[in-house]
Design a protein around this ligand. Structure first.
Ligand code: COA
Length: 262
């Protein structure tokens, strides 16, 4: 990772790239520059073989991301609103969901609107005690426009999604855990520790298999694909990888595998 940015900080250690959204004075709200810089970071990390897992978090102790930048879209037209949503889907939210490496959201405070949508686009979510999660767009006369109407319903079911989206109310980290919206809750000081522990577990595994698993799980949520058929196809393809040969050889010889991701 070579590029440096203003609104996004990167730190790479032991195969784990921690990306910190860095606008704490605006509670890390996503403006156009942040969307662009986050996209650039994700693009670079995708092609960097040293990066195996990504952790996404927010600067400061108050917010993960408090939503899209309201000041920036205050005077938007219909077309601009549509573009804002489409660009976000393309550059960040769908991009992360279909990323070739696992992305873990470490939710360190408010995850509201686009912030919760960002966390929901990630593959795994961990929240700090005291985090507040919600989709308050209806209080602005909007609806979630970065995939929230779809992903929240996928994660917590339609009934709870309707309640959260139509009231705009926030839920606590513990309630999010009960609904399966986050995988774990821990104290603030353990948040990145926990995210790194999970990353380290993933790092022991075959990157080819992990990449394929993300693709196949996602395929079942795509109306144009049959997840079972994609699974059959992708399962077969893995038999041609060096990772498969290495994994089986290591098992047979009672040693730890050393995967290359090929
Ligand atoms: N867009 C733009 N700026 C935002 C923002 C957002 N989504 N969320 C917070 N900010 C800014 C505030 O305007 C304020 O800036 P200022 O100091 O220049 O006035 C700063 O971040 C701190 O926020 P503030 O509202 O003073 O903090 P608070 O502790 O009183 O309240 C929240 C925290 C999260 C409850 C409140 O900021 C909020 O409701 N934010 C908007 C959440 C939202 O509706 N998100 C969905 C957007 S689609």
């Amino acid at each position: 990772m070579t590029m440096t940015y203003e609104t996004v900080l990167n730190s790479l250690k032991d195969g784990v790239l921690t990306i910190t959204i860095n606008r704490p004075e605006k509670l890390n709200a996503l403006n156009a520059k942040t969307i662009e810089e986050l996209h650039e970071t994700l693009l670079e990390a995708e092609n960097d073989n040293q990066v195996k897992v990504l952790i996404l978090t927010g600067a400061g102790d108050k917010a993960f991301v408090a939503g899209a930048d309201i000041a920036e879209f205050a005077n938007f037209s219909v077309q601009q609103g549509k573009n804002l949503s489409a660009t976000g889907h393309f550059k960040i939210f769908n991009f992360i969901e279909n990323y070739s490496k696992p992305v873990i959201a470490a939710v360190n405070g408010f995850a509201l609107g686009g912030g919760l949508e960002l966390a929901m686009a990630c593959h795994i979510r961990i929240a700090a005690e005291g985090a507040k999660l919600g989709l308050p767009e209806v209080s602005l006369g909007l609806i979630p426009g970065y995939g929230g109407t779809q992903r929240l319903a996928q994660l917590v079911g339609k009934a709870k999604a309707f309640e959260m989206i139509c009231t705009g109310d926030f839920i606590s980290a513990d309630e999010a855990l009960r609904w399966g919206l986050v995988n774990h809750v821990c104290s603030s000081d353990q948040l990145l520790v926990k995210a790194n522990e999970i990353s380290a577990r993933i790092n022991l595994r075959s990157p080819s298999a992990v990449r394929t698993a993300i693709k196949v799980v996602n395929s079942g949520f795509n109306k144009n694909e049959n997840g079972f058929e994609v699974e059959i196809e992708e399962f077969g393809k893995l038999f041609a990888t060096n990772d498969f040969k290495e994994g089986v050889d290591a098992f047979m010889n009672k040693r730890k595998p050393s995967f290359t991701g090929n």
